[in-house]
Design a binder for this molecule. Sequence first.
Ligand code: LLP
Length: 418
Amino acid sequence: QLRGAENPPIRRLAEWDVERLRELAGEHDTPLYVTDLDRVAENCARLRAAFPDADVKYAVKAHTGRAVLETVREAGLDAECASAGEVRRAFDAGFPGARVDYTAVNPPARDLDSVVEWWDDHPDLTVTVGARDTLDRLAERGYDGRVCVRVNPGVGAGHHEKVRTGAAPKFGVPYDRAAEVVADARDRFEVVGVHAHAGSGIHGEADLAAHRDLVARMGELAREIGDDELEFVDVGGGFGVPYHEDDPALDLDAVADATREALGDLDATLAVEPGRYVVADAGVLLTRVNTVKPTPETTVAGVDAGMTDLLRPAMYDAYHAIRNLDAGDAGDARETGPVTVAGPICETGDTFCDGRELPLPDRGDLLAVGNAGAYGYEMASTYNSRPRPAEVSLAGDVLRERETLAGVTKLERGGADE
Ligand code: LLP
């Protein structure tokens, strides 16, 4: 078996083909997401190699674009969906019901209605449920199909407190009530699995220790409720990628081995559901400098992308590598200095970096923001009446058209026509 290490490791921003990115920005304008679909397929292959006998599900929320979903399906991963909308998109991208898992977190009635309706045509889909009340709501709709019980493992991990789901009461039934909820569910549904998710961006020893704890607890629970009666034990996703240029890459094989070991012997299959790991390093955001302003502390590079295009720095203080594709190692020789890359939105938090040592910018420079493939376009908004950016594949296909102002206002009485 090919193990992950034999595939190309995480791709750094410095490894993207600068000429190609320049061409794409020239043809399609900025801000522009560029997605390398081959890289998505490679990441899927790495995951399957590291977890050869596990069910690997892609957490669709990280990037729901049709081309990405099709690539992931062809690469053999299943789909883990967070809403009826994501379930629909997985079906539309060709995933059969047997490869779709709907993780229903406080599901709106409309979502449950839709999924139960689609279940007629896709009787093998699985609904993952984190509250007894949600089981009742499914039963009220006549659903008696496949159910997975989401457990709150009491163990959280991840890159920011806002994404450490594992210990938050919002998610899953309390660990010590899980066996009872499974027993109740077995009376009314076909219980095929148990599930828990520690959080997102697991990277570093403390997070990995938490992940191992969670997995061990899930192994114990499965044996307690009868692992021979379960198809799978899903221990969540969250595998991190290096956002800092000098962060080490996660050793996926070591994580996989530790997961297996912590789980112990089980009749049920191990399942994992990474999102970020599949798409993060397959995407960059290209943006152009439009205003240069030297200040005593820093040179402000005003760019045409903002928190509306890539929210992560504003929302989580997330670090993203930034490369000036017209200066320094990628372009002409330039002095470096502290640079603040700031977007056009009227919020102080609308910066991609503050005082970072970068080549001093010129107006018109093209900048690339790394690891933008996960939770990038997905979290884009139209705040400040900013149409959402376009997305192209590295091969040059338009995956998402640039939104227009008419698109932004189309639901509004008297909205713009073009
Ligand atoms: N499974 C469940 C049940 C989840 O809630 C999530 C992420 C995943 C899997 C996938 O986690 P991943 O492998 O992508 O880390 N917007 C945030 C991340 C939110 C993640 C929410 N749940 C960010 O940009 O960092």
